[in-house]
Design a protein around this ligand. Structure first.
Ligand SMILES: [Zn+2]
Length: 112
């Protein structure tokens, strides 16, 4: 017979327990507020900037980039960098798209 030798193995698994918004410009975390979301959730307002161009036909989807800004100052920095980008200056079809978004997360220790 074959004796099975067993050993307990503990695997470490990384799990997302909470998400948060982090600004791509200044690296600040979102300013989460709970006034409008009740007791269980809190939210942070941010700007999602999408840039790209249509210069290469079907491959243009590769040109799409996203950046998130926490405030109007950071948004203006992204915008002025985009305006001064040499690829943007040379492009006939560059675009910049700005969405105001809200990141909602569950509050730590929140009640139902
Ligand atoms: Zn910022």
């Amino acid at each position: 017979m074959i004796n099975k030798i067993t050993k307990k193995v503990v695997k470490e698994v990384e799990q997302v327990v909470s998400e948060e918004f982090v600004c791509d410009v200044c690296g600040k975390k979102g300013n989460y507020r709970s006034e409008t979301c009740g007791s269980r959730y809190e939210s942070a307002i941010y700007y999602r900037v999408t840039t790209g161009h249509y210069d290469w036909g079907n491959d243009s989807c590769d040109s799409i980039e996203n950046k998130d800004a926490c405030c109007t100052d950071c948004l203006l920095q992204i915008f002025s960098e985009w305006l001064n980008d040499k690829d943007v200056k040379c492009s006939n079809s560059a675009y910049i798209h700005i969405d105001k978004e809200c990141h909602i997360r569950e509050k730590k220790g929140g009640t139902e």
